[in-house]
Design a protein. Structure first.
Length: 99
């Protein structure tokens, strides 16, 4: 009997959640294309300047992302914007928005 009460409570909360609109948070980055050798994929390098919390020194953190480029428009050296999307392969979870 307790399980049915819990199920009723969860269905009520699910109904309340479904009635309210959820804001979808998407990650968006800007970077420079460093490789375009793969088909429909470019490797984009994103640089972030970070300040060390204790020593206050600024340093650059670089990260590379594999980004989906459907039309193979991006070339090495292009500045691109890309957003998060569903997984397209093992490493690709990003797609180009603006080249």
């Amino acid at each position: 009997m307790t399980a049915t009460k819990v199920n009723k409570k969860t269905t009520k909360t699910e109904a309340v959640i479904s009635n309210t609109q959820k804001a979808i948070i998407t990650k968006k980055f800007n970077g420079v294309v460093v490789s375009d050798k793969n088909d429909k994929t470019v490797v984009v390098e994103v640089k972030n300047v970070i300040i060390h919390p204790l020593y206050k020194k600024r340093y650059t953190r670089t990260r590379k992302y594999k980004v989906h480029d459907e039309k193979n428009e991006c070339k090495v050296g292009d500045k691109v914007s890309f957003v998060e999307c569903r997984p397209l392969s093992k490493d690709k979870r990003w797609r180009v928005v603006k080249a």
